[in-house]
Design a protein around this ligand. Structure first.
Ligand SMILES: Nc1ncnc2c1ncn2[C@@H]1O[C@H](COP(=O)(O)OP(=O)(O)O)[C@@H](O)[C@H]1O
Ligand SMILES: [Mg+2]
Length: 237
């Protein structure tokens, strides 16, 4: 069985009185692709942000790529994140006036690589998402789906082991949403571990694993309770 990329054990996250996560546990193994679904406010983004080390839990254990994050300093955590994780959000966060190539290359600004190399890698990433003909287009010259593909190109630039996407199709029409989902499936086939939050039940059902979350708890995980329970590793007592 492939090694875990993400392990959450009894993870709780509270904001004042609100428990955004109330004891969530999940293991994501290298090479998996899964959907996280649940009603608005159920804790999906909180869980994704904790998986992505953008946030630390109030209680519980988080291991990313085998590293327990509670013993890492913020600086070590940033380094682990930069090396291991790519993010895609619902909003594209593309600055006006910056062509696609520059927007993606800027993702490597702190990599220490020379400008020419940054642009070469950015071009490769844009070709990978099917935007080889749009390198010099600015945001206003790109459709919503194309902007999201630029964001994905930036997320996969360093070839991260883990790609986390929070409602990546939420702002797109259904056709562009399909293109973006096909692209995520393609990255998964090429070996990237992909976790996608979605509101769309059809998208969720189409992925190899579906995790349903409600009130900060995981109420269903197809890898544990579902049809493919044979893949689940049982802890011997
Ligand atoms: N930074 C925050 N400060 C206060 N409350 C928050 C914060 N982030 C999330 N919450 C609350 O935690 C709960 C879960 O939020 P979230 O994880 O964003 O849910 P989802 O992504 O499923 O819609 C909600 O009640 C939300 O209002
Ligand atoms: Mg959310």
């Amino acid at each position: 069985m492939p090694p875990p990329v993400v392990e959450l054990e009894h993870v709780t996250k509270t904001y004042g009185e609100v428990a955004a996560l109330a004891g969530a546990g999940i293991v994501v193994r290298r090479g998996e692709m899964l959907a996280i679904v649940g009603p608005s406010g159920s804790g999906k983004s909180t869980m994704l942000n904790i998986m992505g080390t953008l946030d630390r839990p109030s209680r519980g254990t988080v291991r990313i790529d085998g590293h327990a994050i509670d013993v890492l300093t913020d600086r070590q955590l940033s380094a682990l994140r930069a090396r291991t994780i790519g993010f895609v959000f619902q909003a594209f966060h593309l600055a006006a006036g910056v062509p696609a190539l520059g927007a993606v290359a800027d993702g490597l600004l702190y990599s220490g690589l020379p400008r020419g190399e940054r642009r070469r890698l950015a071009e490769d990433a844009l070709r990978r998402v099917g935007l080889g003909e749009r390198l010099y287009n600015e945001p206003h010259q790109l459709s919503g789906g194309e902007k999201q593909r630029v964001a994905i190109a930036r997320a996969v630039l360093g070839d991260p082991a883990l790609l986390l996407a929070d409602e990546p199709t939420g702002a797109l029409d259904s056709r562009s949403g399909e293109v973006v989902m096909d692209l995520l499936r393609e990255l998964h086939r090429a070996g990237t571990t992909v976790v996608v939050i979605t509101h769309d039940r059809d998208i969720a059902a189409s992925l190899p694993r579906e995790v349903r979350i409600k009130d900060g708890r995981i109420e269903h995980d197809s890898a544990v309770d579902g049809h493919n329970s044979h893949v689940v590793e049982r802890v011997s007592s």
